[in-house]
Design a protein around this ligand. Structure first.
Ligand code: FAD
Length: 125
């Protein structure tokens, strides 16, 4: 990938994945459909199988077994995601993040006209 920014490091992959996961969780509808709840759970289970870092995927499996995905509301899902990230933080010696601040950190997206925001929109497959 020379000339394209170099090889992707595990730290970069991790940071980008957390951006995606926390953004998804804070944008998740407060009243999700059954399908959306299933999709969110399945997404996390898929990561335990194909996240491209074996140690991380195995680690995520253990973390999720101890604390299965909570997807019955947007606030529950984003708090759960914060807890999961904190479990990973603890195990690799990083400081814990205060989960009450998760909306402040991840709750807004920089895109015009609310086009990124699932909240309040009916789910269309
Ligand atoms: P990151 O941990 O990537 O966090 C990015 C930003 O998120 C932080 O700057 C902070 O603002 C915010 N943040 C931090 N904690 C929280 C939280 N709890 N809730 C909300 N926001 C928060 N690395 C390993 O070495 N071993 C592993 O086993 C491992 N497993 C991983 C499993 C998964 C599913 C993922 C996505 C990543 C994993 N990583 C693992 C990578 C690791 O978590 C970090 O992404 C990487 O070390 C880079 O860390 P960072 O300090 O840049 O911040």
């Amino acid at each position: 990938r020379q000339g394209y920014g170099g090889a992707v490091s595990l730290a970069e992959l991790g940071r980008c994945t957390w951006v995606f996961l926390h953004t998804l969780a804070t944008q998740f509808p407060e009243n999700p459909t059954k399908q959306q709840q299933r999709d969110a759970k399945e997404l996390m289970m898929i990561l335990t199988r194909i996240y491209p870092c074996k140690e991380c995927a195995e680690h995520l499996t253990t973390v999720i077994e101890a604390n299965p995905p909570k997807t019955s509301s947007g606030s529950e899902f984003s708090q759960w995601m914060c807890q999961i990230h904190n479990s990973v933080n603890r195990s690799i010696g990083k400081p814990e993040f205060p989960c009450r601040r998760v909306d402040m950190r991840w709750g807004s997206m920089n895109c015009e006209g609310n086009v990124c925001n699932l909240k309040g929109r009916p789910f269309r497959p």
